[in-house]
Write a protein that binds this ligand. Structure first.
Ligand code: PAF
Length: 297
């Protein structure tokens, strides 16, 4: 099946997808948000520089065989989906790839008929300028159908194969919601603590953060359970420390957002836990504290 990949925005993860597409000779187009610059360069993990050569985005509209990858922040998603809903054929598959939660519900509202996939990645990357991305940590990507848009074979295999070229290795997850909640716990712990304390991820190994990180995991587990997603607390806490170890040198995305005075993803991360907890009548004091502290920065 022929395919063309379309990447929204000019963020770091979008840059990695573009590099993966180019290196695997998959046609791709870049669609920066209005007012944003077009990405030009990706510094690969081995230090090589890749000059991006996308197809021109203006001439041809999207067709049913065009895949739309949406690696935008959840705070940017609503405007983007609203803008795309009339120009996107309802058969075009869409992959949402962002930190935090809330994308599934927005896609249900604005793209009710498209095949929608949810993904989460542990690749590390950041922007060193408006057009230049550096790939800092090799990770992996989990992909599955949105529970609100159930999709089927052979499309699932096809999308997994394309995503594998763009931002692999990809693991297909029938339980993608569980994977998203696990990543949510990682972000709830690492992102606000690194942003508030102005530290790289690795400094969270210090004993002074142990109690906070453990409680964040307990709270996420309790809220997930109330939302019918079963997470194992010990495995979750281990996962968080494992990511801290593997990304020790990195500055988290929230740390970078705060440093560059950009909007953070706090609403979709600790903010999501606080909101869901409130609805379920669960106390989440540490997530609330971190949420308010980041909001007040
Ligand atoms: O948001 C981030 O920075 C990343 O998701 C993670 C895994 C916390 C690593 O920095």
């Amino acid at each position: 099946m022929s395919v063309r990949v379309n990447i929204l925005g000019s963020g770091a993860i979008g840059g990695l997808c573009a590099a993966g597409a180019q290196l695997s000779a998959t046609p791709f187009r870049l669609w920066p948000r209005p007012g944003s610059a077009m990405l030009t360069t990706v510094e690969l993990i081995n230090g090589e520089l890749l000059n991006l050569a996308p197809e021109s985005a203006r001439d041809k509209p999207l067709t049913a065989t065009d895949l739309l990858i949406v690696p935008l922040k959840v705070t940017q998603l609503k405007d983007a989906l609203k803008a795309w809903r009339y120009s996107l054929p309802s058969e075009s598959p869409v992959v949402l790839l962002h930190n935090g939660m809330g994308g599934m519900e927005l896609a249900e509202k604005y793209l009710p008929d498209n095949p929608v996939f949810l993904a989460t990645t542990s690749h590390g990357a950041f922007k060193t300028s408006t057009t230049y991305i550096r790939h800092t940590g090799k990770g992996e990507t989990m992909l599955g159908s949105s529970p609100r848009h159930p999709t089927q074979m052979p499309l699932n295999t096809h999308i997994a194969e394309i995503m594998n070229r763009c931002i692999g290795p990809v693991t297909w997850r029938d339980d993608i919601e569980t994977a998203l909640w696990q990543k949510l716990a990682v972000n709830c712990a690492i992102n606000p603590l690194t942003a508030l304390n102005n530290i790289p991820n690795g400094e969270l190994r210090a004993t002074q953060y142990l109690a906070t990180i453990t409680t964040v995991c307990e709270e996420v587990c309790a809220v997930a359970g109330a939302c019918k997603v079963d997470l194992n607390l010990t495995a979750l806490t281990e996962l968080v420390f494992n990511v801290i170890e593997r990304t020790a040198e990195n500055f988290s995305s929230m740390h970078q957002d705060v440093r560059h005075k950009r909007t953070t993803e706090i609403e979709g991360i600790n903010g999501y836990i606080v909101k869901r907890a409130k609805k379920k009548g669960i106390d989440v004091p540490i997530n609330t504290l971190l949420y308010n502290a980041v909001k007040n920065l």
